[in-house]
Write a protein that binds this ligand. Sequence first.
Ligand code: SF4
Length: 457
Amino acid sequence: MVGMLAAMPPPAPRFAQPGDARFRARGDACPGALRLHRADDGALARVRVPGGVLSWEQADGLRELAGRLGDGELYLTSRGNVQLRGLGAECGGELASRMNEMGLLPSERHERVRNVVASPLSGLDGLGVRDVRPWLTALDALVCASGEAIGLSGRFLFALDDGRGDVDALGADVTLRARGGGDAELRVGALESVALVPADEAPGAALLAALAFLEAAGGTGGASGSRSSSGSGAWRVAELADGGASLFDAVVRRLRASGLPVDLGTVPVPDAAPPALGVVTGPGDTDALSVGLPLGRADAARWRALTDLARDHGAGELRLTPWRGVVVPGVRRDRAPGALDAMEAVGLVTGDRSPWTGVGACVGRPGCAKSLADVQGDAAAALPVAPRADALPVHWSGCERRCGHPRGEWVDVVAGPDGGYRVSVVRDGGRTGEPQHVTGDPAALATAVATARITRN
Ligand code: SF4
């Protein structure tokens, strides 16, 4: 029985995001690999990994750096980037030098704006319309060659979707989604209006849209951490006063002025569909392994298991997913089942029956000074014994910022100042009902969370 449940005051209609004005008391302080963030557990470096694609050598190098300079773990973000935590205050120079050697800093000036997510299974399972890797390579090169792009915020996000809708669902600022007939849909923010452009021209169109956003937002922001007073001050498309409608019109005008044939369409933003965990069939006589990291973090043993698999039996690369998972492509089919067992043996999430499936949490205490609780420890204590495959994702947060929360429909568990948690179901950025307030009883909290995860309002 859930004890000590109580109704809470009416919630705000939508949750504020870290970039929102409610939280923005200073400039864009988004951390990077060169600009470290001082956290309670030491300095934090966020390494941008466009498309989540790492060679096994780069992945192994990050493991070595985490062990020698940090707390020994690797933390995946909701954008498929990697964070190192617990770094010494004086390690910035060595970190930058090694990142350069590993090819992770192709442009130091652009390191915080290379925020690109891509369909992790693109080109592997035959479900997409096209392989987005050429888009990824081209867009990253265009961003790094653009002096104006330095003005983007460290939060501005590109998404490259191979047609299946997985990363189109993530609410990026500029999304390209492949469609049949050699076209690509270009979406800004969460608008349903899309511009149809030739697929071969799509990366250039995406950069054009980002630069048009910069103009709408009032000029520089990312590198300097401020916007001009005449602009909107927005860091993301959703922060523009009209949600990006006039930006979309401006983008279409610019694309046409550049000589591109542009048609218009209406395509709703799809529901999120993370890649399935387990063995993914194809292409040829190879499979891919798709695994999750419990709470998005991996110690050296787990990370080494992944890099060794990619080196010894895979195609030599890892793809980090925006759902805090890793895809290892190119595993010989006859080796894939055994390899999956080996991943499970080291504690990685290999299927929907794991109690960790769908469970996320911010870093919480002791890593974040804002946290009101050890949310990762509390989330681990509340894991379901027999998880249901249709359970909603759940995200535990140490404060109202809800860093890294998922999109779509999910269960929100937020620590409160009284030592308890509020549990509610969220859909499209707002609660679907009154939250439950649970204090002092871990079993009651676990029951409340489990119940919310199978509740459909
Ligand atoms: S949500 Fe978590 S990580 Fe983010 S500021 Fe709050 S306590 Fe810190």
